[in-house]
Every structure is written in C-alpha cells, then in structure tokens.
Design a protein. Sequence first.
Length: 343
Amino acid sequence: MRGQRPGLGLGGAVNKDVGGVAGGEAKDLFFAVHPLLIFPETLGTFKVYIKQAGRFVLYAGQGELFTPRHRKKLHDSGVSEVYILAQERQNYQDYVERHLPRILADEDVPVRERSKVLHSAATGIVQDVFDNKLPTGMTKREYSRILGFVDQAVQFLSKGEALKQIAALASHDYSVYSHSVQVFVYATAILQAMRVTEELVVATGVGAMLHDLGKMAVDKAILQKPGPLTMEERRVVETHPVKGVAFCMDMPLSSEVTACILLHHERINGVGYPGGLTGKDIPLHVRVLSAADVYDAMTTKRPYADAFSPFEALRVMRDDMPGAFDLDVFKTLVMVLSGANIV
Ligand SMILES: [Fe+2]
C-alpha cells in the first residue's frame, strides 16, 4: 500500500509549518530521503524536516546553506531519514541532479561514503518507481527484494572504476542515470516473476545500471535534441552499445553483464543493432532488459516526446513494434504492471 512501504513512516502529526495537518493525511505531504542526500555546502531549494516524537519538525529552511554541522548533527542524533514536502519533490530532484555527479566524482570523499551516496540515490529512484509507476498492489516484500538486488549491484559498482564511470554518466546526462535505475526495477521485477536464478537477476541489475554508459560518448545536444534525429545523428547514437562495452574494459564484468550493454538494442525479429541478432541468439535476460528499457523510455517524458501512459506504451510495444519483443517477456511485463503478485 502506498505510504506503508519501508522508509515511509509518515503517519505522525505535523507541526504548524505544514499547515497543522495531522494523522493519516500527513503521509501524502512528505517523502523520505536519506540524510546523505542533503549534501554539505549546498543551498537547498526546499525545506527539510525531521521527525521527532511523531511530529514533523522543520530542520532547515528554504534557501538555507546545508553545512557539515547540519550533517554532523543528523549523524550524532542517529537520524536515518529526513523528510521533504511532496509539493517540493521537483525542486529536490533538480537539486540531486545538480549535485550528485560532483559528489560521486569527488576523490576527496572516501569511496565508502560515495558508494553510500550512490546507494541512497538509487534507493530514492526505486522508491519513486514504486510510489508512482507500479501498481499499489505490489507488496513490501517485493519492494525489499528489489532493494536487496540494488544493494548487491551497488556493492559491485562501488569498486573504483565503476563508480567513476557512473559518476561520469550521471554528470553527462542525469536522465540517462535515472532511466538506468528505473530499468533496473522493471527488469528485476520481470526476472523475479520468471523465476530465474538470483545470480542472473543481480547480473542483469548491474547490466541495467551500465547499459547506456556508451551514451557518454554521444554529444548531449544529440541526446537531448527536441526533434527527430538526422541519419547521421542516429548513426552516432547507435554506436553507444559498443562504446559502452569499451568504457567497461577495466571492470571485471561477467559475460551476462557485458551482454546487457552490448545487446540491449537487439530485437528478436532482427531489426535491432548493433548485430541484427534474432530470437534466442539474444539471451533471455537481455530480452527482458530491452523490453524494460523501451517501456521505461516511453513512459518517461523525453526531450522529443511526452510520456505515454502505461497502457499506451504497452499498446505501442504490442501493435507498432510487432515481433520486436519476446512474447513471454512482454506478457510478464504486463502481469507485473497489472499488479499480479510477482514473487
Ligand atoms: Fe540504450
């Protein structure tokens, strides 16, 4: 149920700053974020609350500079969540987008700390998918299982080279980074429903996080172009799977992960790239990833198109891209989205 997932203990009374709304109504007013995502020496464009004895108390006002002292105070009092008004969600998302890449790439911040930041940011995106994009019928258990896979993937990606690459990707185009985490959630949900091994789910999760890394080599002006691409621009975009593999040369990736990066634009009817592979020449987990990739892209607002509704996106995948996706995978995606129990 919305508002009852882990990390969303929003049932208490609120103070006067939010209009004195009490009890159950408060759960829709706030969302929770990890204190690590309130970065030191940055200016907040939103208010930050903490919860004390069941009440939301203003902790830092809008336009207040977050200082290391703020961070220390939170840490010393053992605060594991801070709260932001739902109406300021967009401000908060813009803030993370502006600062996250810099923090992830900052060599002065210990790798351990940066990996915690990466983890908190990914968790926030996963929570957003659960709150806003998946059916409310999905349970706490499914949520924590997916977070478990995020833990394992982030643990892997926290090794120096991978962290650097993810930071570079997030700073090149943050929407590619958030898309990668969203694809992670859909692909993991489908694979769980298909009951593949846990190892394969984790490998696909890592693959999802890295699948568009090659877009770092594509000019931002092309990635964010508001209209259709020219033939030449399309050719450049289509180099990203191969370039992504090249960026990962120094990472100890399994063949399953590499396949995600190299083959996620292949289509089972052979119209994809770079190889024009068909059918089962594309491994199952990559067929899952590519359906998740297209579904997420279509249901997210892009520079050149508005977001489709879930129903419309599935209709386009079925009717306008006939034979592109594995039928079992597609049916499982529909099942996941319709709120059927997936575990
Ligand atoms: Fe891609």
